[in-house]
Design a protein around this ligand. Structure first.
Ligand code: ADP
Length: 175
């Protein structure tokens, strides 16, 4: 049996290009698209994604919603809304952890076996990258450990070398 760390891969990539069962979008509460990874996902998935998101009607911070992947290689998109960083005193850590937990709940419900995450909140929303990576990995590890019988691959997608190094440091701390 593989260990939890063996089922988390760390890659530098554009998440829209990944051929995973699901990719996760760092969305905003409107779910109607935006900048950063959200804009890239909407652009690559095509206009049908926006139509489906409109029907969903938004998503509160910390929660997640699922749509089809349309023109993406990924079959599913899990949209989750990370917290805006306000100095760490406004429940940001817990809300970010909820994004990962709620995304995993949806992935299990849909039989998703491979899921790729961007560094939620660590872009425009200003969450410090090191702290965001630590929370992300802690939640990924907890999910895999609870379900050690399941074959789930988690891909932590970095968009820069500095994000990659933050994840590597966090991995060393946690394992
Ligand atoms: P947020 O608003 O939640 O901070 P952003 O999209 O601004 O979301 O950034 C989240 C993370 O996603 C950042 O680390 C950013 O560098 C990264 N990112 C942006 N575009 C992509 C992409 N195409 N693929 C993977 N990661 C991306």
């Amino acid at each position: 049996m593989q260990t939890a760390s063996a089922r988390i891969s760390l890659v530098i990539a554009d998440i829209t290009k990944l051929d995973a069962d699901a990719i996760v979008n760092a969305a905003n509460t409107s779910l109607l698209g935006g900048g950063g990874v959200d804009g890239a996902i909407h652009k690559a998935a095509g206009p049908q994604l926006l139509e489906e998101c409109r029907r969903i009607g938004g998503c509160p911070t910390g929660e997640a919603r699922i749509t089809r992947g349309y023109n993406l290689p990924a079959r599913w998109i899990i949209h989750t809304v990370g917290p805006i960083w306000r100095g760490g005193v406004d429940g940001e850590d817990e809300l970010l952890a909820s994004c990962y937990r709620n995304s995993f709940t949806l992935s299990e419900r849909h039989g998703i076996k491979s899921i790729a995450f961007p560094a939620i909140s660590a872009g425009v929303y200003g969450f410090p990258m090191e702290r965001a990576c630590r929370i992300a990995l802690r939640e990924m590890k907890a999910f895999l450990e609870k379900r050690s019988e399941m074959e789930t691959e988690i891909i932590a997608v970095c968009f820069s070398g500095s994000a990659y190094r933050c994840y590597q440091d966090a991995m060393q701390e946690l394992w």
